[in-house]
Design a protein around this ligand. Structure first.
Ligand code: PMP
Length: 432
């Protein structure tokens, strides 16, 4: 059989001599091997061996308008000729911030950072400063960046869960950083209420992905987000939605608009910059204003850089137009794809369940009818998923290695048809 990834393999061997594991983010070092890419346009991606893919990785989320949207390219090109970075103010900052204010319900004020991990750190600092409290409630399976303060109980094992308490995500992490966290299973309001009954007057905030995208795209139960918010507020704590995936994706105003639950603070990233590095903290005026002489320190050389903001201004304009119709359409298309893949898989006799929403969903091989929390994903058949994704990749379907599919406004009905047929062949081949 010809080696369809021969050149990627050569590049990887070379890269391993200078980059640990040959990659820039260890999350990317996944089966069958890290591939090297040459070009992306719209929903399509081409690797260095000339293989073409329909791209559902979308750079792990940012490419909400697809690759190389002509107007994003033009906006970045135009700005590049005027100055890449000033380390000072420019008008794209307030144009982007005003668009975010119009779109996102909680955003009385906006701050820009470069990465989502940083945005979360700022949100937590603001919450602690505002409340004068130390503890943060987070949930099992939720990812809020790789920093010491939050990389706890992201992928706890069965053993970790039995042990109780936050479980460390990395060697080298300051072990006491977990002391500032209380960890609860998600989608279980009683668990949150119990934590607040015991520690309520010491909790600064609850942080949650409003849809659990990082552990299988699980949706919040009816009334759950509102229940968590009400409980936190009864105890004088803040609510932080980590919308780094759901923002500018689930709806133009994010999960907070979609579910009608407005947090005190929210973090955004990925889609907001249309593919350039940009993240955001948005929230109540009196909380963010603590950075303007209120004693909360914050900085960042690349904050609000003109290239990212140029891409953001155009991306937001595109997403805001016609009351957010572009995302309504992309979510509808994605929902159709999610249903079709599930049906095709089941027709092949596979125990397949697809969860999530149209522009971010995930495949699970499980006997369960319903998945509500991280613990429910622990008996997913990871081996079967891995074989399925590898077969899909060979059929030209490029996904997130954990079984997630991101869909953009650039994906078309034709892409969906082709993907359904490709998944049909992939499922057939793993049965063989
Ligand atoms: N929060 C969530 C919900 C995320 O999905 C991510 C990234 N996957 C982060 C925070 C961290 O963002 P970044 O990788 O940009 O630091």
């Amino acid at each position: 059989m010809p080696d369809r990834w021969r050149r990627s393999r050569e590049y990887l061997e070379r890269a391993r001599q200078s980059l640990t594991g040959g990659v820039s983010s260890p999350f990317r070092a996944k089966a069958p091997m890290p591939l090297y890419f040459a070009e992306g346009h719209g929903s399509r991606l081409r690797d260095v061996d000339g293989n073409e893919y329909i791209d559902y990785l979308l750079a792990w989320g940012p490419l909400i308008l697809g690759h190389c949207h002509p107007r994003v390219v033009e906006a970045v090109r135009a700005q590049a000729g005027l100055g890449h970075i000033y380390g000072a103010q420019h008008d794209l900052e307030f144009h982007a911030a005003e668009a975010i204010q119009r779109m996102v319900p909680c955003s009385e004020r906006v701050a820009f950072t470069s990465s989502g991990s940083e945005a979360v750190q700022l949100a937590l600092r603001l919450a602690r400063a505002f409340t004068g409290r130390r503890l943060i409630v987070k949930f099992e399976g939720h990812y809020h960046g790789w920093m010491d303060s939050v990389l706890w109980s992201y992928k706890p094992s069965e053993g970790d869960l039995k042990g109780g308490g936050p479980s460390q995500g990395s060697l080298g992490q300051v072990a006491t950083s977990g002391d500032s966290l209380l960890v609860a299973p998600w989608n279980d309001l009683d668990a949150v209420e119990t934590l607040f009954r015991e520690h309520g007057d010491r909790i600064a905030a609850v942080i949650t992905e409003p849809v659990l995208c990082n552990s299988g795209c699980l949706l919040p139960g009816a009334g759950y987000l509102a229940g968590v918010a009400a409980c936190a507020r009864r105890h004088g704590a803040l609510v932080i939605f980590d919308e780094i995936i759901t923002g500018f994706r689930l709806a133009a105003g994010g999960a907070q608009q979609f579910y009608g639950v407005v947090p005190d603070l929210a973090t955004f990233g990925k889609a907001v910059g249309g593919g350039l590095p940009l993240s955001v903290v948005a929230g109540r005026r009196e909380i963010l204003e603590l950075m303007a002489g209120g004693g909360v320190a914050f900085g960042g050389t690349f904050n609000g850089n003109p290239l990212s903001l140029a891409a953001a201004v155009f991306t937001l304009e595109e997403l805001e137009r016609n009351d957010g119709q572009a995302l309504v359409d992309a979510n509808r298309l994605g929902t159709d794809l999610m249903r079709r893949i599930q049906e095709v898989g089941r027709r092949h006799g596979l125990p397949l369940t697809a969860t999530g929403f149209g522009t971010a969903f995930a495949l699970h091989f499980t006997q369960r009818n319903e998945l509500r929390s991280y613990r429910d994903t622990l008996d997913d058949d990871a081996g079967l998923l891995g074989r399925c994704l590898l077969a899909a990749l060979a059929e030209g379907i490029h996904t997130v290695p954990d079984g997630r599919f991101y869909v953009s406004t650039a994906h078309s009905a034709q892409d969906i048809e082709e993907t359904e047929a490709a998944m049909d062949r992939a499922f057939q081949s793993i049965k063989a």
